[in-house]
Design a protein around this ligand. Structure first.
Ligand code: TRP
Length: 461
């Protein structure tokens, strides 16, 4: 029974929505940070190899499962590969639920900093402002954290509530082009600064002297996160894709866009950082620090047209986070619609209330509430938010990704997968190459991450 599941209005709609899911805090926050810590060039090459060898094949697998079955994560995996695979889909729904609950907290900070920057752009950046202390105070203020997180969740839900075409697609159509324009403005400004050349060579010169085995696994883990793989997001989005669209072409566009945006964002930030003598050595090893402490100050002190660009920058972060969070919520909502027979509106309300509960706990786990902030289940991961991120990035996403590669490579028929991927495929595409990757290369690589995490306690969050 095909009840109003919804579908994309146009091919561009799917591409923008899927790229919107992929481009998020992972690109603007995580990638620049890990590229920085791993000293650029060599690491970037390894990351690109992981995207091509593992990310792209799994992206194709997820989309084809969704399009083939016209069902979201749980039903899609079950119908494509056999009843037992519903479990992998269920894991994905649970992962989306948890991921959204802490993603919303981090995204909420971009609201706060946009507001702050608007103030500073008008009234001037305060003299002797202590960015570190100010951020710490914001994070530890329970009521403010709860309010920001709730605001972000309400924004997310109000889009998903309107459905696939009128909600998700329309939002992506507005926010993705805006995001791209803002990023280009920032890039142009940063490229006029003295550090531009150094940033370029830092990012692109293939130096491998700092690359260790761990870096390879870190690059692999991040390729899952940044492409929204491993929990059925792309299965769900693929289930709304028209029969005549080429899965290979659309996936290529999404993967290339995601990669370009991560690289341009890093280039922009590094150009600014290298322009201040001595700053690159002082910069602490903190992702939060880069985005919410270092950059605000630099915008108002050294960046050309910074007062104009600073609020726009946080708008960019907000847009990127929002198009990603709607894809996380949609995984949960689509499950309720497909498997529980709910209508979209009640399904959205139910999901957001449930996610909200866990999100509030994350929101007060940065110092506001001692019991949620101070326990340490995994070494170095203090409080609920960090613990959940560790669990998701290092355990649940790779595990889900492994399940999806096995389902598509070993439990679906060759006929089914080949049919889906051949529709409108470009001339260079070879089905047998994909099949080799999805059966052997991708599962082996993902298994390597899991082994590293479980037996050697490596952390890729
Ligand atoms: N890809 C997004 C980012 O880079 C986050 C995200 C959205 C995600 N949906 C996902 C990550 C599904 C893993 C799985 O910020």
């Amino acid at each position: 029974m095909e009840i109003s599941r919804g579908s994309w209005g146009t091919r561009m709609g799917f591409v923008l929505a899927a790229a919107g899911s992929a481009v998020g805090l992972g690109n603007l926050w995580k990638f620049p940070y890990i590229a920085w810590v791993n000293e650029g060039g060599g690491f970037v090459l390894i990351y690109l190899a992981c995207i091509a060898a593992v990310g792209l094949p799994i992206m194709l697998a997820e989309i084809l499962i969704g399009r083939r079955t016209r069902l979201a994560a749980v039903g899609g995996l079950g119908a494509a590969a056999g009843r037992r695979w519903r479990l992998v889909g269920g894991l994905g729904v649970a992962t989306g639920f948890v991921l959204l609950s802490y993603y919303a907290v981090i995204a909420g900070w971009s609201f706060a900093y946009m507001a702050r920057c608007l103030q500073w752009s008008v009234g001037g950046y305060p003299n002797g402002y202590d960015g570190v202390a100010a951020f710490g105070a914001l994070a530890a203020n329970g009521w403010v954290q709860v309010a920001l997180t709730a605001l972000f969740l309400v924004a997310t839900a109000s889009i998903v509530y309107r459905g696939v075409g009128a909600g998700i697609e329309r939002a992506a159509r507005v926010m993705m082009p805006a995001l791209f324009v803002i990023l280009l403005l920032l890039l142009v400004s940063a490229m006029t600064m003295d550090g531009a050349g150094q940033a370029l060579s830092f990012l692109l010169a293939p130096r491998f002297d700092h690359v260790r085995a761990v870096s390879v696994l870190e690059a692999l883990g991040h390729s899952f996160f940044t492409l929204s793989l491993g929990m059925g997001t792309m299965i769900t989005y693929g289930s709304y894709l028209g029969r005549r669209e080429s899965i290979v072409r659309t996936s290529m566009v999404v993967v290339v866009l995601d990669t370009i945006i991560a690289l341009l964002a890093s280039l922009t930030m590094f150009a600014v950082i290298f322009s201040i003598p001595g700053l690159s050595d002082r910069l602490g090893a903190s992702a939060v620090g880069m985005l919410f402490v270092t950059l605000p100050e630099l915008f108002y002190t050294v960046v050309p047209a910074g007062a104009l660009l600073a609020p726009l920058f946080y708008l960019l972060v907000m847009f990127a986070a929002l198009t990603s969070s709607i894809s996380l919520l949609e995984v949960v909502v689509a499950y309720l619609i497909d498997e529980r027979g709910m209508q979209r509106k009640p399904a959205t309300l139910t999901s957001i209330v449930a996610v909200g509960g866990l999100a509030m706990l994350c929101a007060v786990s940065l110092g506001a509430w001692g019991a949620a902030s101070n326990f340490e289940l995994f070494a170095g991961k203090l409080g609920v938010l960090s613990t959940l991120d560790h669990l998701v990035s290092n355990g649940l996403l790779p595990l889900g990704g492994l399940g999806i590669t096995l389902a598509a490579g070993w439990f679906m028929t060759r006929k089914a997968t080949e049919e889906e991927l051949s529709v409108g495929a470009p001339g260079w595409f070879r089905y047998s190459v994909w099949r080799f990757f999805i059966r052997f290369v991708s599962p082996a690589a993902v298994a390597a991450i899991l082994v590293a995490v479980i037996f050697f306690g490596r952390d890729f969050s």
